[in-house]
Design a protein around this ligand. Sequence first.
Ligand code: SAH
Ligand code: AVI
Length: 335
Amino acid sequence: MRARAVRAPIHAAAADLPCDADLAASVLDGLTRPQKSLPSRFFYDTRGSALFEQITTLDEYYLTRTEIGLLERHAGDMAALIGPKASVVEFGSGSSRKIPILLEALEEPAAWVPIDIDQEMLAQSARDMQARFPSLRLVPIHADFMQPVALPARQLSANRVGFFPGSTIGNLRPHEALAFLRRVGATLGRSAAMLIGVDRKKDLSTLLAAYDDAAGVTAAFNRNLLVRINRELGADFDLDGFAHEARYDIDRGRIEMHLVARTAQSVRLLGKIFRFAAGETIHTEVSCKYTMEEFRLLARAAGWQPVQSWTDPRDWFAIHFLRFCDDEEVTPHAR
Ligand code: SAH
Ligand code: AVI
């Protein structure tokens, strides 16, 4: 994995990164399951990231606007809890629209470590942020945050805070979110803090509209997975042969995105043929929604102590501030 020429060199955890082999293995595995599925981390190629940015501007997609509003209103309180000279490690930093709000509020921020799977987006964000915060130490890391990511400890201050906005944690199943939170706690170290944006449960029509917008941008985002597989693996998915579907699983409290085969068809891929019955789906994403208490329970189970949360007047989105408890500090009921 080649580092790109930006002022802050991009660190890469090459062994953990998605590449053709990772995509190929994941697609072969996912399409041979009884419920065909593809991992949502493959959404974010150049076009996928651009489509996601477009989604964030849609009327129906309330998440980004609501979270930015919370950050703007409460960044001062968040900064006071975090304290001075913090190194902020951001997971799934994307276009980095939110981090400036936090950095502006922090007292003498020491470093910003954006981690993202989309290298182009990461490089662009690093350039933008370096121009905006010239004296900030910037350590971009191109990596899959679902794998252990080694932090460049010597470049970071002792006060470390994880920043995981966007409700991207909702794209992990609860057991994956638990493992992620535990791993991040261990990586950031003793007394680390974490700010996490989490989408809340709400009425069905609001949720469904957010994942099936009238302009069809989310449909294009979903279908782009097939575009990517055709391009990178030489598959022959008929793009018009699959319809976008968003559904809400009320028992699991999650939106699911699927690609639905409009007719019976088959796809040739890596020397194999995959058959689809009419109406059969490929499950492409989960977006779990949490009540305040559900998320606090999850955080506690992962060794994090919920300290404070902020929510909007409609109770649609929350930002949680957590403090990592190492073994000596964790109280029995906090585990
Ligand atoms: N944080 C931004 C972007 C959210 S979109 C916001 O709040 O708007 C999700 C981001 O996470 C994308 O930039 C995507 O490239 C990144 N991402 C998704 N899965 C990832 C993974 N497994 N490892 C690293 N980055 C990932
Ligand atoms: C990045 N993530 C939190 C988005 C979400 O809402 O689950 C991705 C997305 N999928 C469809 N629309 C947006």
